[in-house]
Design a protein. Structure first.
Lengths: 170, 75
């Protein structure tokens, strides 16, 4: 029992002394950051250009074709060309769709004139339709008359045939 | 001095565009129906022509029978 449970050895190196705990013991040392180096989110957005509208190559092409306020200076009398350009406009984004359209007064008057022409054309078509219906009715009547005439002819031919065969049999 | 351009503001022109689209579709349908009516009319004309030919043949046969019954010595 002498070597195993002997007297405790005292270390020769002195143990480090602990710091006394206070409020600032667990904090990072304060750094004096200059105010210019703090980048606010608004500054980031401004630097990146977040406020600017997005422009993609397709949009640029569409914008070149479909301006929100066309001048229609090259407008011609052909409604097909105008409708083609209008069909292109249907593919633009929702914001561009909901925006009002400005047309020149002269073009507006031409559009109104075309609408009047369309109305008269439709009235003309409906008159033609009425005439076609009446002619179809007459045609149907003539067909019925033709059918009756053919049936009468057929009956009389059968009667003649019967009489001729009867006379032949007699 | 040049005259200033005056513009007319069209508020809901996308509705007009959609209406024009519908009208264009109806126009295509009407064209298709008109083509079908043309085909039917051509078929009708063909049948009427056949009717005319057949009636001519019937008339010839009736004439033959009539003549052969009325003037049997010539046949």
């Amino acid at each position: 029992m002498g070597w195993l449970f002997g007297a405790k050895k005292v270390p020769k190196v002195p143990l480090p002394q602990g710091y006394k705990l206070d409020e600032g013991a667990l904090r990072f040392p304060a750094m004096n950051t200059p105010q210019q180096r703090v980048i606010q989110p608004e500054q980031v957005k401004q630097a990146v250009g977040f406020e600017k509208p997005f422009s993609f190559p397709e949009d640029k092409e569409e914008q070149s074709n479909d301006l929100p306020m066309p001048s229609f200076s090259e407008y011609s009398e052909q409604p097909k060309q105008m409708s083609v350009s209008n069909q292109n406009k249907t593919s633009v984004s929702f914001e561009e769709k909901s925006a009002p359209l400005y047309v020149k007064v002269e073009v507006y008057q031409q559009i109104l004139g075309q609408l009047d022409g369309l109305k008269s054309d439709l009235n003309h078509l409906s008159d033609s339709n009425r005439q076609l219906e009446s002619s179809e009715y007459n045609e149907q009547n003539n067909f019925d008359r033709l059918r009756r005439a053919v049936k009468s002819m057929h009956d009389r031919l059968l009667q003649i045939d019967k009489e001729l065969f009867n006379s032949q049999g007699d | 001095m040049d005259r200033m351009s005056v513009f007319v503001k069209i508020e809901e022109y996308d509705d007009v565009l959609s209406l024009i689209k519908v009208i264009r579709k109806r126009l295509d349908e009407a064209k298709e129906t008109l083509l079908k009516i043309h085909d039917l009319k051509n078929e009708e004309d063909h049948q009427l022509e056949m009717w005319q030919n057949t009636l001519g043949e019937v008339e010839k046969k009736i004439d033959f029978i009539d003549h052969s019954l009325n003037e049997p010595e010539q046949f």
